[in-house]
Design a binder for this molecule. Structure first.
Ligand SMILES: NC(=[NH2+])NCCC[C@H](N)C(=O)O
Length: 410
């Protein structure tokens, strides 16, 4: 039986992808909470939705099946007992494990159809939406002016991060910041209870409960046995080690390349500075390279007795040539390496390309210098509109979670 998840590269023809269409959660962001919500501006929702629909259509036009997270979750909650269990967990993870507010939230959420309930959970629940008989002292005295019982999830349209498909399995991620941690509970329920995945032998390489932090934007599937992963603001060495142990024990993966990148908001994940777009071509933001194209990378392999061997290497080109068995690798610099254009275009995800086939990518239209350079390097570029979507600080790769890709021809 073919596994419902199958991703053995970053570039194989994209057959099935999971997206989330931005919804009311975007309009529940206001200046005071921007920073905590990990966004830098507030997208104008109708245009963000229009842009997102065009992004989805571009993928469909190129033969990709588009699944929506919100529908997958709704179908996963068809059984009332599962829905109840899910509600208990999401309300607890939102800060109310028991008590009057917990009860009121549960009653309120159950008053919707399951699909509307899912949309509501993503959008957030304001205090003035529900009535409670008793309020706590904290409510009365401390959090008086805070408007939400359940926070909005404005980053839900970055479906790349709460999980990542690797081979015939998935990592369900323990995300770094509170603003996003609940998102991977959705993945857990989808994998366990959506008929597309449930009881189909999907391997969970690492679930969301161990402490180490990890996000999908850092997980790059370079081949059917090599994974690259960022040591970043969002992914810790601890999580990488645990994932490597699990992959080496249970999968065909025998190489994990951990690449250290700056720990900051503009470069929060490896895929904001480095993506694979063809058998031997990558985009790279020059700011992660030291003189001579050096980075700090740690190459992990299985060793005797379940141990892991680690070597420190620095030449990015050579590391990739060796890992992918290529004589030459073409590293294409974001913004053509210009000291102003490169950081400007990287800020709006100029390095964050989504490959939909070898040498064929989807990018934001606004990054025209990077896009022209990709074309000069022989890449077929599909540009999508990006005025509002880019305000969430993520690009086409961040907005997509590949579920199935065609294997590469050997
Ligand atoms: N894979 C990515 N680069 N995702 C970008 C996510 C952006 C989002 N605002 C966050 O900070 O979490």
């Amino acid at each position: 039986m073919q596994s419902p998840i199958h991703v053995t590269s970053e570039i194989g023809k994209l057959k099935t992808v999971m997206l989330h269409r931005p919804g009311r959660e975007i309009e529940n962001v206001y200046p005071e909470i921007l920073h905590r919500m990990l966004v830098d501006d507030i997208p104008y929702l109708p245009i963000a939705q229009e842009e997102h629909d065009l992004f989805a259509q571009t993928l469909r036009d190129n033969g990709t099946e588009v699944l929506y997270l919100e529908n997958l979750l709704t179908d996963a909650l068809a059984d009332d007992n599962i829905k109840d269990e899910f509600l208990e967990k999401i309300i607890a993870e939102s800060g109310f494990a028991a008590g009057a507010i917990h009860d009121a939230l549960k009653e309120y959420l159950l008053s919707f159809s399951t699909k509307d309930m899912v949309d509501k959970i993503i959008a957030g629940v304001r205090k003035d939406e529900i009535k409670t008989k008793y309020v706590s002292l904290a409510e009365l005295a401390e959090d008086k002016d805070y408007p939400f019982y359940m926070d909005p999830m404005p980053n839900a349209y970055f479906t790349r991060d709460p999980q990542a498909c690797i081979g015939d399995g998935i990592t369900i991620n323990h995300m770094t910041f509170k603003a996003r941690q609940r998102e991977s509970l959705f993945t857990e329920y989808i994998i366990k209870h959506n008929p597309r995945f449930a009881d189909k032998g999907v391997n969970v390489w690492r679930n969301r409960y161990p402490e180490g932090r990890i996000e999908g934007g850092d997980e790059l599937v370079l081949s059917d046995h090599v994974l690259a992963i960022g040591i970043s603001q969002r992914t810790s060495a601890k999580a990488i080690t645990e994932l490597a142990e699990s992959l080496f024990e249970k999968s065909d993966y025998d190489t994990v390349i951990a690449i250290h990148i700056p720990h900051n908001h503009a470069m929060m994940h490896l895929d904001t500075v480095f993506t694979m777009i063809n058998y031997d071509q990558f985009t790279v933001h020059p700011a992660i390279l030291r003189d001579g194209g050096h980075v700090d990378a740690y190459i992990m392999h299985p060793a005797a007795n379940g141990e892991i061997s680690i070597t420190h290497e620095t030449n990015l080109k050579e590391i990739l040539e060796k890992a992918l068995d290529k004589s030459e690798i073409d590293l294409i610099p974001t913004g053509d390496g210009d000291p102003i254009v490169a950081p400007r275009e990287q800020w709006n995800d100029g390095s964050n390309t989504l490959a939909i086939a070898p040498g064929e990518v989807v990018t934001y239209d606004r990054n025209y210098v990077s896009n022209d350079l990709l074309r000069k390097h022989g890449i077929l570029v599909h540009e999508v509109r990006s005025s509002e979507l880019s305000r969430g600080r993520g690009g086409p790769r961040c907005m997509s979670c590949p579920i199935v890709r065609e294997d590469l021809k050997k």
